[in-house]
Design a binder for this molecule. Structure first.
Ligand SMILES: Cc1cc2nc3c(=O)[nH]c(=O)nc-3n(C[C@H](O)[C@H](O)[C@H](O)COP(=O)(O)OP(=O)(O)OC[C@H]3O[C@@H](n4cnc5c(N)ncnc54)[C@H](O)[C@@H]3O)c2cc1C
Length: 379
């Protein structure tokens, strides 16, 4: 069996792995005129798991401090770089939060402006306004076309010289003697291959703790959490510019999806790492809640899906070298923020992998918040 040799092996072809492949390959090609980056995805297509199942929003007022800062930086970069594209990958789409005074105050941040109930009623005329006390609006939020964003990053990676392979599941990661990288076993349709990788990047989403264990690393106690979304019909469509409406107690969110409505029960239920499937009774229950709060005439469910938002113990993604295993690098724990932080996380990871430190484009406190060494090791 022949052994391929590669400098950077990325495991996982979701938004995290593909964004990193693009950034890293472009950086390597600029420095050495060639990129030595290989991405392996177990499934037959990229973004089959969580990255193919998101709500495709990027919301600067959403998430812990570091996530909000990384979202701002991601939006800056996407805005700048998407100018080269015929069709944008992100475009403005407001984020509205409504609930009790206390809930809205707890969810508010610098990107979110408090608005009156009159303004709320104008922005979301379908609401039974007497059921709400307070609201906030983030006009800096954007919507994305996630498949287009992934495709664009994959094309950028390939044209910079990276290889992206699907149907290639990593089944073993053996550290080689004298710190000379890893011997990686890969299962494909045609059999098992071996790859000698100097650095392995773990961008395996819900499987990240498992992948780390293949390399002998301790888990970071990442928890995959179920989150369902569905598209339902409406007797009368909402205005296309209607913001995403999030009930501040996280009971649900909804937003227009063409002439239909995208809804989510906003659940966060721990799950094994698996191909998660929706529970239709939960979708029906959230439709009932939305009916109680609005005058929307909701019809049948067109489609429903569930993905796993994989969360670290403090809810902030994990980007950096493994605390114990040299050459193993984490890019995981993106929770509900994988799209909104994709470019900034890929850039942080690229800086760390190439330079060993993050450039001053990213505030030091935000980069430090991602460090895997912040957790006690669970052995
Ligand atoms: C309903 C829902 C709504 C969401 N809405 C938003 C939103 O509006 N905005 C936002 O920013 N985020 C949102 N998210 C979260 C976002 O989708 C995730 O943060 C993001 O997709 C995580 O990307 P990832 O690349 O880390 O994981 P994944 O997309 O799961 O990719 C990991 C990949 O690793 C592969 N893999 C695992 N093990 C191996 C192995 N051994 N060998 C090879 N490959 C392997 C898997 O097959 C998988 O494709 C939402 C999530 C859900 C479920």
């Amino acid at each position: 069996m022949s052994t391929t040799r590669v400098e950077h092996l990325i495991i996982g072809g979701g938004v995290a792995g593909v964004s990193l492949a693009a950034h890293l390959a472009e950086r390597e090609r600029a420095a050495h005129e060639r990129a030595d980056v290989l991405l392996l995805e177990a499934e037959p297509i990229l973004a089959h798991h969580t990255s193919g199942r998101s709500a495709q929003q990027l919301i600067p007022s959403y998430g812990p401090d570091a996530v909000r800062e990384l979202t701002r930086l991601t939006l800056e970069e996407l805005d700048r770089t998407q100018a080269e594209l015929a069709h944008p990958v992100v475009w403005p789409s407001g984020f509205l939060m409504a609930g009790t005074e206390e809930q809205v105050a707890a969810g508010a941040s610098e990107a979110m402006r408090r608005i009156s109930l009159d303004e709320l009623a104008q922005l979301a005329p379908e609401l039974r306004i007497e059921r709400f006390e307070a609201a906030g609006l983030d006009t800096t939020a954007v919507r994305s076309n996630a498949p287009r964003l992934i495709h664009w990053h994959a094309e950028r990676a390939r044209s910079a010289g990276a290889q992206l392979r699907t149907g290639a599941r990593v089944t073993g990661i053996e550290p080689r003697p004298a710190g000379d990288g890893f011997e990686v076993s890969v299962q494909t349709e045609t059999g098992t291959e071996r790859i000698h990788a100097r650095v392995v990047v773990n961008a395996a989403g819900a499987w990240a703790d498992h992948v780390a264990s293949l390399a002998g690393a301790a888990p970071l106690e990442l928890t995959p959490l179920r989150r369902t979304a569905a598209v339902v019909t409406l007797a009368e469509p909402l205005a296309p510019e209607h913001p995403l409406l999030d009930r501040a107690d996280e009971a649900y969110y909804y937003r227009p999806e063409g002439e239909h409505l995208l809804i989510s029960p906003s659940e966060a239920v721990p799950s094994p790492a698996e191909d998660a499937q929706p529970i239709l009774a939960e979708v029906e229950a959230v439709i009932e809640l939305i009916r109680q709060d609005t005058t929307l005439q909701i019809g049948p469910v067109q489609r429903a899906w569930t993905g796993l938002r994989t969360e670290s113990p403090d809810g902030v993604p994990v980007v950096g070298p493994d605390p114990e295993v040299p050459g193993l690098f984490w890019l995981a724990g993106q929770s509900g923020y994988g799209f909104q932080t994709c470019s900034a996380l890929a850039r942080v990871a690229t800086d760390l992998l190439v330079d060993g430190a993050v450039g001053d484009w990213c505030p030091a406190w935000a980069a430090q918040a991602l460090d895997p060494r912040r957790f006690p090791l669970a052995r």
